[in-house]
Design a protein around this ligand. Structure first.
Ligand code: DGP
Ligand code: NA
Ligand code: NA
Length: 223
C-alpha cells in the first residue's frame, strides 16, 4: 500500500517546522516517513540556491512572476522523489507546498511590495502546480497575530513584513472556507497552534492516525 502524503501548512511563527520534525520522529517509530521542506534550499534542487538568495538578499531583483514559477519549479524538482517514496510505502510529510505558493504570491501582488502592478489571481498562482502529487490531508497551523508577534515578530527575509503576513493570513482563511464547500481542496484541518508544542503535536497525531487507520481516506497521489 502506498504511503500517506501529509501536508503541514502554516503561518509564520506557527511552529510548523518543529511540528513537522516531531511528526516525522513519531511516524518513524512505527513506519518510514520522509520530510520535504519547501522551498528546498539544498543542493538537491537547482532552484534552491537561487530562491535562498532571493529570500535573504534584498539586492537580488527578480520579477514576482518569475519568482513564483521558481518556487513551483522547486516543488517539481522533488516530484519524482516524493512519488517514489509513496510508491515504496513511505509516508511523506511536506513542510509548505502549493498553498504557500498561492498565498504568498497572491498576497504580495495585492501589497505595496508587488513589483509588477499586475494582480496575480488565485487561478494564475495555482496553475504551475497542477499535476504535482496531491496530499491526502492538509493540516493548517493557525496562530493569532499576538501570539505570533510574541514568538519573535518578523525576521529579515523577504515577505516577513506585517502587510504581507496579514494578507497571507487572509488568503489562508479563504482556503479554510473553501475547504467546507469545494471538494477539490485536499481534506483541510485547521489546528490552533497557540498551544504548547506537545499539545499541538498530540492534536496533529490524532488527525494523522485517523488517516493511517482508514485506507479509504487516501487519494491517488496524482488524481
Ligand atoms: P520558510 O523557509 O518556510 O521560512 O519559507 C521561506 C519564505 O518563502 C516564507 O516567507 C514563505 C515563502 N514561501 C514559501 N513557499 C513559497 C512559494 O511557493 N511562493 C512564494 N511566493 N513564497 C513562498
Ligand atoms: Na520564514
Ligand atoms: Na506583483
Amino acid at each position: 500500500m502506498r504511503g500517506l502524503l501529509i501536508l503541514i501548512e502554516g503561518l509564520d511563527r506557527s511552529g510548523k517546522s518543529t511540528q513537522c520534525d516531531l511528526l516525522q520522529s513519531h511516524l518513524n517509530s512505527t513506519t518510514q516517513a520522509n520530510l520535504y521542506k519547501f522551498p528546498d534550499r539544498s543542493s538537491a534542487t537547482a532552484t534552491g540556491s537561487l530562491l535562498h538568495s532571493y529570500l535573504t538578499n534584498p539586492t537580488v531583483q527578480l520579477p514576482d512572476e518569475a519568482v513564483h514559477l521558481l518556487f513551483s519549479a522547486n516543488r517539481w524538482e522533488r516530484q519524482q522523489d516524493i512519488l517514489a517514496d509513496l510508491t515504496a510505502g513511505k509516508c511523506v510529510i511536506l513542510d509548505r507546498y502549493v498553498y504557500s505558493g498561492i498565498s504568498f504570491t497572491h498576497a504580495k501582488s495585492l501589497s505595496a511590495a508587488g513589483s509588477s502592478g499586475v494582480i496575480a489571481s488565485l487561478d494564475w498562482c495555482a496553475a504551475p502546480d497542477i499535476g504535482l502529487p496531491q496530499p491526502d490531508l492538509t493540516i493548517f497551523l493557525e496562530v493569532d497575530e499576538d501570539t505570533a508577534a510574541r514568538r519573535g515578530g518578523y525576521g529579515a527575509e523577504r515577505y516577513e513584513t506585517k502587510e504581507i503576513q496579514t494578507r497571507v493570513r487572509q488568503v489562508f482563511a479563504r482556503f479554510e472556507k473553501l475547504a467546507n464547500t469545494d471538494g477539490k481542496l485536499q481534506k483541510w484541518h485547521t489546528v490552533n497552534a497557540a498551544g504548547s508544542i506537545e499539545e499541538v503535536h498530540q492534536t496533529i497525531r490524532g488527525i494523522v492516525e485517523e488517516y493511517l487507520a482508514n485506507e479509504t481516506l487516501r487519494k491517488s497521489p496524482v488524481d
